[in-house]
Design a protein around this ligand. Structure first.
Ligand code: SAH
Length: 196
């Protein structure tokens, strides 16, 4: 984890992903009752997905490497009266938490990693997700044209990353809402449902 992620949260001007509300895709999962039990929001940023799950009754932990993001998430949690635990940590080493979860949320985190860090990340998720647990992962899709934003991910890459000890139940086309980047307010995404 480098300082640059924290810099992105202390910089003035909007971060494209930090939209101040949950992603609609995760809103639908929450409405369907799927963000339940002990939930980890991995790379939670300022906590919108975590607080969404908390509002639906989940016991939530949000982890992010950027202290400024965690501070903001804690503030939102207090302001909204939605209890959740937010801690600074490395999502490439989640086992260090010594915790286990029923459900993991990844909104826009898998797609930030290099090929080698992807392997570490998937092993890190496996270390904290209970057998039978589910990871809901949304990443930029290779169907999104242009160069702005993070690395594009293909369905094959997702399946390859989660090939060992996981079952990829579905990968469906969805969208990220983003603060305008190069005139775009939405970006093509894959929403993957992946079980251990
Ligand atoms: N899930 C949030 C943030 C997505 S942006 C949202 O939907 O708004 C990617 C996030 O991953 C950033 O907040 C960044 O700080 C975090 N991140 C990147 N690498 C990390 C690492 N190794 N450990 C913990 N957090 C990391």
């Amino acid at each position: 984890m480098t300082a640059s992620w924290d810099d992105s949260y202390t910089a003035t001007g909007p971060r494209p992903w930090d939209i101040g509300r949950p992603q609609p895709a995760f809103g639908r999962l929450a409405e369907a009752g799927l963000l339940s039990g002990e939930v980890l929001d991995s790379g939670c940023g300022t906590g919108e997905q975590a607080l969404l799950a908390a509002a639906h009754g989940a016991k939530v932990t949000g982890i992010d490497g950027a202290p400024t993001a965690i501070e903001q998430a804690r503030r939102k949690s207090a302001e909204r009266g939605l209890p959740a635990r937010f801690e600074v940590g490395d999502v490439l080493d989640l086992g260090a938490l010594g915790l286990e979860f029923d459900t993991i949320i990844d909104s826009g985190v898998f797609h930030v990693f290099s090929d080698s860090d992807r392997l570490r990340y998937v092993a890190s998720l496996a270390a904290v997700l209970r057998p039978g647990g589910t990871c809901y992962l949304m990443c930029f899709s290779d169907r999104q044209p242009g160069e702005f934003g993070p690395r594009r991910v293909s369905q094959d890459e997702l399946r390859a990353a989660f090939s060992d000890g996981w079952r990829v139940e579905s990968i469906v086309a969805d969208t990220f809402d983003v603060n305008p980047i190069e005139g775009n307010t939405r970006a093509a995404a894959w929403l993957a449902t992946i079980r251990r």
